[in-house]
Design a protein around this ligand. Structure first.
Ligand code: ADP
Ligand code: MG
Length: 341
């Protein structure tokens, strides 16, 4: 089946909360095409979240276990084009017969039916024929059936018969797993901090996530260069729109307090307890180096202190960085976390 791409499998489709239902429904359908109540199976979700991959994986899995099954994968767009061509060439019967002979039809991106009434009519008939014969229909769409505009009601109602399962944006852990999978597939390993940086910053689309990784891997191979965090940041400027996401004093305060396990409000209080003073001074120091706030604003933010207190804090931190290795490590750790965001 030239329409099925063997690179899209269940094995390389990372599971996460974002896709658990859709993935397991897909797996069930692949094991028993036409034999579950998930007919049609509708996979829906935004661009680049893995609809095509999952739909193709189902097709490939069926072919692997049941090579005799006739499986067709077709994008809705291509189907519409074929229909128009068959009208022109007077081959409409061949067109319909071809699809009605299938055991499994996978139609990708059915939102593209919008406005195409004649093609929807034809598909309605093909759908009914297949469904009545116990054949499996798998659909993908960018929206839930109830939100699909421009589709005929009778077709939509069919789409709602089986199971609709959505794909969501993967959480951080899943994004990291997807990146690792990609690296291992290419036999290259990038440092953890690079992987985490990419996963942290590309959080809306798996295709872009992969694209970023592909370009890092390519650069690393072509230039035979090890990729560290700085180089990765340089290379990914085009992928990561807001690399310089504003760092706020609130955020610095939160990070520092989390790091030293002190209550967030305490750094603003008058207390002179050693650990609080240290957290406060580091927060001031980082606010000076990582935000555009003036000394006056920084002082005011951290408990209504004046600018000379901020100068003193910065001086103290700089001195300690020079003389106290452990302290220097703390500050670097926190700075690393700051830059992750
Ligand atoms: P969509 O069809 O929803 O626009 P795709 O199926 O084309 O998205 O997925 C975009 C890219 O992301 C593909 O290369 C796909 O392999 C990859 N991808 C998406 N989800 C996953 C996942 N859960 N595990 C591994 N790769 C994924
Ligand atoms: Mg797709």
């Amino acid at each position: 089946d030239p329409q099925l791409n063997s690179n899209y499998t269940f094995e390389n489709y990372i599971e996460g909360d974002c896709n658990r239902l859709a993935r397991s429904a897909g797996y069930a359908v692949a094991a028993k095409p036409g034999g579950t109540s998930f007919n049609p199976l509708m996979i829906y979700g935004g661009v680049g979240l893995g609809k095509t991959h999952l739909a193709q994986a189902i097709g490939n899995e069926i072919k692997r276990n049941m090579p005799d099954k006739l499986v067709i994968y077709v994008s809705c767009e291509k189907f519409c084009q074929q229909f128009v061509d068959s009208l022109k060439n007077n081959t409409i019967n061949d067109f319909v017969n071809f699809y009605q002979a299938m055991d499994v039809i996978i139609m990708d991106d059915v939102h593209n039916f919008a406005g195409k009434e004649k093609t929807q009519d034809i598909f309605f008939h093909i759908f009914n024929h297949l469904h009545q014969s116990g054949k499996q229909v798998i659909l993908s769409s960018d929206k839930a059936p109830k939100d699909l505009a421009g589709l005929e009601e009778r077709l939509l109602s069919r789409f709602k018969w089986g199971l609709s399962a959505d794909l969501q944006i993967p959480d951080l852990e899943t994004r990291i797993a997807i990146l690792r999978k990609k690296m291992y597939a290419d036999g290259i390993e990038l440092p953890n901090e690079v992987v985490e940086y990419v996963a942290h910053n590309i959080d809306n689309n798996v295709r872009e996530l992969e694209g970023a990784m592909v370009s890092l891997l390519a650069q690393s191979t072509l230039n035979k260069k090890d990729i560290d965090l700085n180089l990765a940041k340089q290379m990914l400027k085009n992928f990561i729109k807001n690399t310089s996401k504003e760092i706020s004093m609130e955020y610095i305060q939160k990070l520092v307090c989390e790091y030293f396990e002190v209550p967030v409000d305490m750094v603003k209080s008058p207390t002179r307890k050693r650990e609080i003073v240290q957290a406060r001074q580091i927060s001031m120091y980082l606010s000076k180096s990582h935000t555009k706030s003036s000394l006056k604003t920084i002082g005011a933010f951290f408990g209504g202190r004046d600018h000379s207190t901020v100068i003193y804090a910065c001086q103290t931190v700089e001195d300690l960085i020079d003389t106290d290795k452990k302290f220097k490590g703390y500050v670097h750790d926190i700075q690393k976390k700051l830059k992750m965001n």
